[in-house]
Design a protein around this ligand. Structure first.
Ligand code: DOR
Length: 443
């Protein structure tokens, strides 16, 4: 009796936990159900991946999709469509919306807005604030919640937990890993005069300098030890933080961004102006190179995009009225595959940083590797495709990317989520089937 599958993927090079294998993959009821030579199996649908590489579905664990309240910049439909077009199967969305996501009602609201409109699987962070500390323990365990996000320095939006007392209160409330934006608010305020009256945008990296980032990261780790709580340090941008974090791996995991690996000062500010403005800032090549070193040495656990869209009109305001952030969910895969092509990281490391890494950090259930019983999530890529990233390809409501006109080698050809092909050859297909991701530590 031949096996029966809903779909088989044939002819591809499949990236299993043991590395690349030439095998077909059988999918049943949205899960991976078989490997081997499956062409004689009964299957409704066949996906021909000949000449292509089938990677575990890429998970982007840091995006800002702006809904509710800031839909002129982005919304859950356009943001997740960009994710699908970029080869991303699941996104974790940040709480600095308007109102911020600080309550169970706000989480419910986001989940109901996403159902039927999200093209990829999703979950939402709860924002920590001094006011909601007593509820965090409950909130972090609600279904569809990725965990708690804490801003130690102010960025876009009103969320802020800046002083040791409140940071410690947050860390003592709950048990899941807390994701943290580490910039020291006191130092940011002390140095605001550097840019307040207007300044060249390159001053962004002076105002929000190395010490601003390092001080917050060191305070966080000290307080995390005091609280006995694991933390995840987001978008680490300096050589000094990497050196510090290397000796604190037992308590702190590390995220880096494609933009900190790809862009550097002063070139990025000269070429892109305020489009290069983001928090923490794009810094000099010394920091970019140290981030690469840390990535290769295993200090880095995952890559997120920090997709943070603002309209071109908003970005055209004179610095520092111009907002911080750039799009990224759609370009994460092509930019990083281009780095793979250039030999800056191996494909094995890319896979670890974009699927197994987020799964390990956040305790995602049933995603993050190509193995029997796991969700049939795949990012199918052509490692040799030569393409140009263009603004016209970007689905974000903001409509731009910092990589416009950049030539890359390596491109996402298909996005498969729980067995459904939702993107192929740069087009989304079918319906927005995104569902809440499941976690091992929720109720
Ligand atoms: O540049 C940034 N933009 N950094 C953040 O931390 C927030 C983000 C946003 O939401 O705009």
């Amino acid at each position: 009796m031949p096996d029966t599958f809903d779909r088989i993927i044939i002819g591809g090079t499949v990236w299993t936990p043991n590395g690349p294998v030439e095998t077909d993959v059988g999918i049943r009821s949205g899960r991976i159900a078989g490997f081997g030579h499956l062409r004689s199996a009964k299957s409704e649908e066949v996906f021909d991946a000949s000449g292509l590489t089938v990677l575990p579905g890429v998970i982007d664990s840091q995006v800002h999709f702006r809904e509710p309240g800031l839909e002129h910049k982005e919304d859950l439909e356009a943001g997740t469509r960009g994710a699908a077009l970029g080869g991303v199967v699941a996104v974790f969305e940040m709480p600095n919306t308007d109102p911020p996501t600080t309550s169970a009602d706000a989480i419910d609201e986001k989940i109901s807005r996403a159902l039927g409109r999200a093209w990829v699987d999703f979950s939402f962070f709860v924002g920590a604030s001094p006011e909601n500390v007593p509820e965090l323990e409950i909130l972090e365990r609600l279904p569809g919640v990725s965990g708690v996000k804490m801003f130690m320095g102010s960025s876009t939006g009103s969320l802020l937990v800046s002083d040791d007392k409140n940071v410690l209160r947050v860390l003592k409330s709950g048990s899941r890993r807390v994701a943290v934006h580490c910039e020291d608010e006191e130092r940011l305020q002390e140095r605001l005069d550097l840019v307040k009256g207007g300044a060249p945008v390159a001053m962004h990296a002076e105002w929000r300098d190395v010490e601003t980032a390092l001080r917050a990261t060191q305070r966080l780790v000290r307080l995390a030890r005091e609280a006995g709580r694991r933390v995840h340090t987001l978008h680490i941008s300096t050589a000094e933080e990497m050196e510090f974090l290397e000796s604190n791996r037992d308590i702190a995991t590390v995220e880096v961004l494609p933009q900190h690996l790809t862009l550097s000062a002063p070139d990025a500010y000269e070429r892109l102006g305020t489009l290069a403005q983001q928090n923490p800032p794009i810094r000099s090549a010394r920091h970019r190179d140290a981030i690469w070193q840390a990535l290769r040495n295993g200090v880095v656990d995952c890559i997120g995009s920090d997709h943070a869209p603002h309209t071109l009109e908003e970005k055209a305001r004179p610095y520092p009225q111009s907002p911080s952030g750039m799009t990224g969910v759609q370009t994460l895969v092509p930019i990083m595959l281009d780095h793979v092509h250039a030999g800056r990281l191996t494909l094995q490391r890319f896979v670890d940083l974009t699927s197994a890494g987020p799964a390990r950090i956040y305790g995602i259930a049933g995603k993050g590797r190509i193995a029997l019983g796991y969700d049939a999530d795949f990012t199918v890529v052509d490692l040799n495709a030569k393409k140009k990233i263009k603004n016209s390809w970007i689905a974000s409501k903001s409509g731009w990317t910092a990589y416009d006109e950049m030539a890359v080698t390596g491109w996402p050809i298909a996005t498969i989520i729980r067995g459904q092909v939702i993107m192929k050859d740069d087009e989304v297909l079918g319906q927005p089937i995104g569902s809440p991701a499941r976690f091992t530590e929720t109720l």
